[in-house]
Write a protein that binds this ligand. Structure first.
Ligand code: SF4
Length: 278
């Protein structure tokens, strides 16, 4: 069982308890990676590098930044390991998507002097309750002091979808990061949560009230309790299964494997006998 919980591990459990079990309890080795996650990592690496140079007083040109992205892409890309699910796409189309993300961000923020970078890929670890029952960890893409003095938590998103403002105002990931920053830095003033949806070139901002922060703490505690008391770890099929790295061992897809019979519908607990991991 996990000792600390990240926003992505909480999402994972809610999307599919069995995927959570494979990833965080059994810790099965992962031999493949979806290309969307692969491109997202390369774009994050390049933006981190860009701001590292900016912090040293050197602003690389757009051509240099894109060249670096292509180098990282080529160095890490392995067609036997990277999975492409969408039939209408190929590796080159994804590489171009990543290039567009970087171009959009660069052109919008050049010459990168609108704020001060306080941290890049900053690790946080904290507890949301007084007695320490609910430990949380995370990594903040970019921690920023804005021109008006307000602390900002920036997150780069490379996916196509831009959530509605109401969704972002309830977003757990950056909401938890805010709690972590308040805990670690003792910040008591306003903190802005900022998302850069770099593929669609849109920025969104959210600020939370005390009541919203309290609600987030309560709901996160309940989410962790649900994981700690889980016993069945049942598969939950959805559109996400196409991207799941454990589909090849998932009982819900046993019928896809030649040597396994189709799952029985009269079997209440597909995971009978497995360790709960507690
Ligand atoms: S393939 Fe689908 S049901 Fe199976 S573990 Fe993955 S997400 Fe869950």
């Amino acid at each position: 069982m996990q000792k600390t919980f990240s926003p992505s591990s909480l999402n994972c459990f809610e999307n599919c308890p069995r995927q959570y079990y494979f990833r965080y309890v059994e810790k099965l080795p992962v031999e493949s990676e979806g290309i969307e996650a692969f491109v997202g990592k390369r774009v994050h690496e390049v933006l981190e590098r860009l701001y590292t140079f900016v912090g040293r007083g050197m602003v690389p040109s757009l051509e240099q930044v894109i060249y670096r992205y292509h180098v990282y892409f080529a160095e890490h890309y392995d067609e036997d390991r990277i999975r492409i699910v969408r039939k209408e796409m190929n590796a080159e189309a994804y590489r171009k998507n990543g290039t567009r993300c970087i171009e959009n961000y660069y052109r919008k923020h050049y010459p990168f002097d609108g704020d001060e970078t306080l941290g890049l890929e900053t690790k946080i670890q904290f507890r949301i309750d007084e007695v320490g029952r609910y430990p949380i960890r995370g990594i903040i893409d970019r921690l920023v002091r804005a021109r008006d003095g307000v602390l900002e938590i920036h997150d780069f998103k490379t996916g196509r979808r831009v959530p509605r403002q109401e969704e972002l105002d309830k977003d757990r990931q950056l909401g938890l990061y805010e709690l972590g920053i308040r805990d670690q830095m003792g910040e008591e003033g306003e903190i802005r949560l900022v998302w850069h949806f770099v593929q669609s070139n849109q920025t969104r901002v959210s600020c939370r009230s005390d009541a919203q922060r309290d609600r987030l703490k309560r709901k996160t505690g309940l989410a962790i309790d649900a994981i700690r008391t889980e016993e069945k770890w049942a598969p939950k099929e959805s559109g996400l299964c196409g991207w799941c790295e454990f589909r090849g061992v998932c009982p819900a897809f046993a019928h896809e494997r030649e040597d396994e019979p189709p799952p029985r519908t009269d079997q209440p607990d597909l995971f009978a006998g497995a360790s709960s991991g507690k």
